[in-house]
Design a protein around this ligand. Structure first.
Ligand SMILES: [Fe+2]
Length: 298
């Protein structure tokens, strides 16, 4: 299997990337110099097209590592995987040769109807068995390991016999897949479901984490909503700082999906992640850099 994301080597710079979004195609088509290490593309936007989106993705791939990040695999569906979806994903993977293939730890609807939501399920042994079967099927079909992302949730289905972090750890250990740890989702869930995000963070062995997501939520007053429409909040940067201090080689991705700003704004978010990485692992060790990010008023 192609496991490029597990390569261990000493880094001289952090692997900070950005989500590839169509609004930035005109800018990226000019092949500008960027500070971006890699891009993450939403798989479904490129799976059944031969047009401009695929052309753009191939152009980006000529200059950068690319991750394919899906939203419709529905790996936790009790109806099983959709063979045609997996086939299309494999075709895209063969074309793009991504360094990471990922999706979400959730289900997204019934086969005939994709709800386009990342839906939760109870963390049980039954779910674990089902997921181990599906992960094995997907990894065999794609010929590579996949990463699965912890999702933001707004209710907790009854019947769980594992805490979320216990379930993620057990699943990754038993399946051979790695975790895409979305630190924003972790924080959103910690507030919505009232647990300590640091307990979650410290319970996951860093060797099981293949990628990090950073994004911004919206405070709805009684709960946090995972909107990806703002910069990451200081509390999320602090959790990220704790994580990257322990595991400098994990690729980091800035996600922004709504109210998407100019490319330069995203680059500045990526630079914040780089500053924090440098604070822990670089040669420019200054407390003021890190403190200014955590204190940033949003
Ligand atoms: Fe995410």
């Amino acid at each position: 299997m192609n496991d490029s994301y597990t390569e261990a080597h000493v880094l001289s710079q952090p692997k900070v990337g950005l989500g590839l979004r169509p609004i930035h195609y005109p800018h990226l088509e000019t092949r500008p110099n960027t500070s971006v290490y890699w891009f993450e593309a939403i798989s479904e936007n490129y799976m059944d097209t031969e047009g401009r989106p695929l052309h753009m993705l191939q152009l980006i791939r000529e200059d950068y590592p690319v991750a394919l990040h899906g939203v419709s695999l529905s790996i936790a569906s009790t109806e099983g995987l959709r063979p045609e979806y997996v086939k299309q994903l494999k075709r895209l993977k063969d074309r793009i040769e991504p360094w990471i293939v990922s999706d979400h730890l959730c289900w997204t609807g019934l086969q005939a109807s994709n709800l386009h939501d990342l839906l939760p399920f109870p963390y049980t042994d039954e779910a674990l068995t089902l997921l181990l079967k599906h992960i094995d099927q997907v990894q065999n079909a794609l010929g590579c390991h996949i990463l699965l992302e912890n999702v933001s949730t707004y209710l907790q289905p009854p019947g769980s016999s594992y805490a979320e972090w216990e379930f993620l750890t057990t699943l990754a250990k038993q399946s051979g897949c790695k975790l895409l740890l979305d630190v924003n989702n972790l924080y959103v869930n910690a507030i919505n479901h009232r647990f300590d995000p640091v307990v979650f963070l410290q319970a996951i062995p860093t060797e099981l984490i293949g990628q990090i997501h950073l994004a911004g939520y919206t405070d709805m007053g009684t709960y946090l909503f995972d909107t990806h429409s703002k910069p990451a909040y200081p509390e999320v940067w602090e959790l990220f700082s704790k994580l990257i201090a322990r595991a400098p080689d994990i690729p980091v991705l800035i996600e922004w999906d709504d109210d998407i700003p100019e490319f330069s704004v995203l680059e500045k978010e990526a630079q914040k992640a780089t500053q924090i990485w440098n604070y822990h692992h670089g040669h420019t060790h200054t407390e003021s850099v890190s403190a200014s990010i955590f204190a940033h008023s949003l």
